[in-house]
Design a protein around this ligand. Structure first.
Ligand code: PLP
Length: 395
């Protein structure tokens, strides 16, 4: 029997995302045929190191509080506990960015915020880099928005700029350091984007999920750029910074200056969150607060440095082999051109069959990703070294 209701037809324009399930299927088929093969996964975008000790302690303490009548907490505030909003605001002091706690909205993930922000925006023209994190495109397609792509390619270092784009208002997504390319916008390039947004009355949604991997002279927050407060919502996460992919905590910044007509964007976001979201668990917010403490930042930094060293090891091999790539320095991702003009999936099969190394085909991140391949540094040192030694023999 079929129901007689109407569905959201926009979902038919969203491609089924078979990327990671196709990868899993191929790996499963291969390992069934070769039960002794030791497969190394350098495709995952998930962290592998455990939570920092100071974070684990905070979770235990908060769990104890939840177990006592005097300190038990029920629903958390929809926008986050003040202690965490304050801690995030203080975190920005490091970048000489001044934010007030009321401009910070705590959530259960950058994915949720990136996906949900579409709720408060009307039928705008959307600009999305290609290749990029697929949630920007899919969430807009689900809402029936018209999307245009700005192509990242070797010529622009996978950092598309607004040159030649008709000057009208857009909602523009920027991810820096980028997933999947690892490319990072310079301050000068970010300023060009901010100036473009100010001139055209556009909104930038800036995803800084990988800012903790920046070691060079790049902006960790787009608010380091003058006047960005007037045109940018910044979304950041504890996932990659503090290993919270399974713990779930993130934040979005809605500066007071973001205004459309007489409406503040933050007011609409508050309304949206208050209606559709019931807050992040107290225990998790205490854990996130601990990650932002001096001790927490030092401990989380050790994990990030471990991944960055893995990235350096992979980058060294690619350089030695003359394979062109971006990323790996200020990012956990390395984005390489498939050798010999191979297509992304052909290169995937080639690595799986000949080195038992699994990466992610670039074509899964957008049409401009065809012919490219993503490796990640989130594995263990041992498996990274082993993968590199296999690739050294193969490539
Ligand atoms: N933004 C980017 C660019 C990502 O790559 C990811 C996860 O891989 C996310 C956001 C999701 O972050 P979260 O775990 O906070 O939902």
């Amino acid at each position: 029997m079929s129901l007689n209701i109407k569905l959201n037809e926009n979902y038919s324009s969203v491609k089924n995302n078979y990327l990671f399930s196709d990868i899993a299927k191929k790996v499963k088929t291969y390992s069934e045929a070769h039960p002794n093969a030791k497969i190394i996964r350098l495709g995952i975008g998930d962290v592998t190191l455990p939570l920092a000790p100071v974070v684990v302690n905070a979770i235990k303490n908060a769990a104890d509080e939840m177990g006592k009548a005097e300190t038990f907490r029920g629903y958390a505030p929809e926008y986050g506990y003040d202690f965490l909003r304050e801690a995030v605001a203080r975190y920005y002091d490091k970048f000489s960015v001044s934010l007030s706690a009321s401009e910070i909205f705590i959530s259960d993930g950058a994915k949720s915020d990136v996906g949900n922000i579409v709720d408060i925006l009307g039928d705008n023209e959307i600009l999305i880099p290609d290749p990029v994190y697929p949630v920007y495109l899919d969430s807009n397609l689900m809402s029936g928005r018209k999307v245009s792509f700005i192509s990242g390619n070797q010529q622009n270092g996978f950092l598309p700029m607004p040159d030649g784009i008709p000057e009208k208002p857009y909602v523009i997504y920027i991810c820096s350091p980028n997933n999947p390319t690892g490319a990072v916008y310079s301050r000068a390039q970010l300023k060009v984007w901010v100036d473009f947004a100010l001139k055209t009355g556009s909104l930038i949604i800036f995803d800084s999920a990988y800012e903790a991997f920046i070691s060079g002279d790049y902006s960790h927050s787009i608010y380091e750029i003058n006047e960005a407060r007037k045109c940018v919502v910044e979304i950041c996460s504890f996932s990659k910074t503090a290993g919270f992919t399974g713990t779930r905590c993130a934040w979005s910044v809605f500066p007071d200056e973001l205004i459309v007509g007489d409406k503040k964007l933050s007011a609409l976001w508050s309304r949206r969150q208050a209606t559709k979201f019931n807050g992040v668990p107290y225990v998790v917010q205490r854990a996130a607060e601990a990650a932002l403490s001096d001790e927490g930042q030092a401990q989380c930094r050790q994990s990030v440095e471990y991944y960055i060293e893995n990235a350096r090891i992979i980058a060294e091999l690619l350089t030695k082999k003359g394979i062109s790539f971006t990323g790996g320095e200020n990012s956990p991702y390395l984005w390489l051109k498939c050798p010999g003009g191979m297509k992304s999936w052909d290169f995937f099969d080639f690595l799986l069959e000949n080195a038992q190394v699994v990466g992610t085909p670039g074509a899964g991140f957008g049409n401009a990703g065809e012919g490219y391949f993503r490796l990640t540094s989130f594995g263990s040192r041992e498996s990274t070294l082993e993968a590199v030694s296999r690739l050294d023999k193969l490539l």
